[in-house]
Ligand binder design. Structure first.
Ligand code: PEP
Ligand code: MG
Length: 564
């Protein structure tokens, strides 16, 4: 069966058919005066209910809630109320029937004038009528209490009040009539209840308790579906939920199920990448690979300063982590005239080049410090393997600071960190932690140097193994040592966005995951679904597995459980 989906969602549940006429009967009253009093009590209660609904719906739909003010005014309209009272007195019949009769007369008159405004007015009249009748008859729009699971309400038409006062088990709505822009539709959307309207004769075709798939994305209703269809739609629902949840985590801080907060940040190669990062909810930049700025030619201090300044400006309150020049290895910059090497990955790379070409390094440091007054930034050095390298780099920073001070150029204190991407840095991380303000684990290089596998060599691709227990043990060591020293530990290599490894690193206590913008939503989602406390107990068990295959299998199960 097809209709028009007006509030998106997918529900698999039991049908509850709502037929309003069954709520009341016509009968003669013994005393008309008493019946009028009964009506007046119901009118007072209806007005109180409407006030409550108005306040509740105001936060949901803003100005659209004003229809409830109109409802209250209708209940005070002398023409309408006196019409009902006249019928009770003159015909001696019950209030419910009198209301039904008067409202139906009004509706018939309105229907003669066919326009959208009138349609809305008719719904309003039906709404106040059903509210009064429900109060008088003491009944509610509710399915039998013993019904479990998600319910789908099937009705000819529903009013805005029906939506707001609905049984909490109702997760979907199907109606025969209704308008796309009606208040009922607006409220169902605002209340996140999937709704399909315009399904012919649905109240005749469905009976209470029928099982239904309601696909309000497509406006489709499947009555008493077969097992295969149920399975297919359950899977679709999981996918849809994931899609929406992914978008929901975008604008939130990244917090695990048990309240542990981490940061998911981005890796950039240029300032223009920041826009993409912010669009997917990155909480800062965890790695700015500045060597990319130098591919075309050397940048002077002013040019670099302008770029770093623009980056912190764009990031607002988020932090920028600038990695100083990491040339060498696979990133050769010909105009630097560095010597030709047989084994560049083990040669002049990263900090080694910067310390060799101090004049170049100091220009970059000056530009970074000058930009420090414009926002939150920190810097880190690549390819560190010796304590002496950190100390030499910090001595240059001290020189730069002194020069800037002498020149009267303002700057702010900047956190100084290091990449942990050589086994030496990882193994000796307890000592390094005393020298720096933070660590950032570079798993791309850490894997290649630990496993003696060139990260770009096709012949040994299979051996470039992120699940190798030796690599994971080194990572754990770095996090532990960072944690003991009270410094933050990030990861900016590719492993930071590996879905299977994220829960493990979370359990180890990693503070920040930095990655390509495409993987940010997914990673934030995984973290927000994880329970760090529960995972912690499994770290030793995983690290004690013998092979990467066993590790991967274990982590595979873990992530499946987290996502289901
Ligand atoms: C790393 O080695 O993990 C890293 C992030 O640095 P790069 O990939 O730039 O060498
Ligand atoms: Mg590296």
């Amino acid at each position: 069966m097809k209709g028009i989906g007006i509030s998106p969602g997918l529900v698999l549940g039991k049908a509850f058919v709502y037929k309003e006429e069954s709520l009341f009967k016509r009968y003669y009253v013994k005393c008309q005066r008493e019946e009028v009093d009964r009506l007046k009590v119901a009118l007072d209660q209806a007005k109180k209910e409407i006030e409550l609904i108005y306040n509740e719906s105001k936060t949901l739909v803003g100005e659209d809630a004003d229809i409830f003010i109109a409802h209250k005014e209708m209940l005070e309209d002398p023409e309408l109320i006196n019409g009902i009272i006249d019928i009770i007195i003159n015909e001696g019949i019950n209030s419910e029937w009198a209301i039904h009769k008067v409202i139906n007369n009004f509706i018939s008159l309105f229907k003669l004038r066919n326009n959208e405004y009138i349609d809305a007015k008719i719904i309003d009249l039906k709404d106040i009528s059903s509210r009064l009748i429900r109060i008088l008859a003491g009944s509610k729009l509710a399915a039998p209490l013993e019904w479990e699971g998600e319910l789908i309400i099937i009705a000819k038409e529903l009013t805005p009040s029906n939506i707001l006062q609905m049984d909490k088990r109702v997760r979907g709505i199907v109606t025969e009539f209704g308008g796309i822009t009606s208040h009922t539709s607006i409220l169902s959307k605002a209340s996140n209840i999937p709704m399909v309207i315009g399904v012919n004769n649905i109240t005749e075709l469905v009976v209470d308790g029928d099982f239904i798939i309601l696909d309000a994305y497509e406006g489709r209703i499947i009555l008493n579906p077969c097992e295969d269809a149920i399975k297919e739609y359950q899977e679709r629902k999981r996918q849809r939920i994931k899609f929406w949840e992914l978008h929901r985590v975008r604008d939130r801080e990244t917090i695990t199920q048990d309240g542990y907060k981490v940061k998911v940040t981005g890796n950039i190669a240029g300032v223009e990448d920041i826009k993409n990062l912010l669009a997917v909810g990155a909480e800062g930049v965890g790695l700015f690979r500045t060597e990319n700025l130098f591919l075309e030619g050397l940048l002077d201090e002013e040019e670099q300063f302008q770029l770093y300044k623009r980056a912190v400006d764009l990031l607002g309150n988020h932090q920028l982590t600038i990695r100083t020049l990491d040339v060498g290895g696979d990133k050769a910059i010909p105009y630097l005239n560095l010597p030709k090497e047989n084994n560049p990955f083990l040669g002049l790379r990263g900090i080694r080049v910067s310390l060799l070409r101090e004049e170049l390094f100091k220009i970059q440091l000056r530009a970074i410090y000058r930009a420090s007054i414009y926002g939150s930034l920190r810097l880190m050095f690549p390819m560190i393997s010796r304590i002496e390298e950190i100390r030499a780099a910090k001595a240059l920073i001290a020189q730069v600071q002194e020069e800037l001070m002498k020149e009267g150029i303002p700057f702010e204190p900047v956190e100084i960190g290091m990449m942990v991407e050589t086994p030496a840095a990882a193994i000796h991380s307890a000592a390094f932690a005393r020298e720096v303000d933070f660590f950032s684990i570079g798993t791309n290089d850490l894997i290649q140097y630990t496993l003696a596998v060139d990260r770009d060599n096709k012949n040994v691709m299979e051996l470039y193994d992120p699940y190798h227990p030796a690599v994971l043990r080194l990572i754990k060591l770095v996090i532990d040592n960072g944690c003991r020293a009270g410094i933050k530990v990030s990861m900016c290599g590719e492993l930071a966005s590996n879905s299977k490894l994220i829960p493990l690193f979370l359990a180890m206590g990693l503070d920040e995951f930095s990655m390509d913008h495409n993987l940010i939503l997914n990673s934030k989602y995984i973290i927000s679904r994880s329970n760090r406390g529960e995972l912690e107990g499994q770290v030793d068990l995983i690290l004690n597995l013998s092979t990467s295959c066993e590790v991967e299998k274990y982590l595979d199960n873990l992530i499946t459980n987290i996502l289901n």
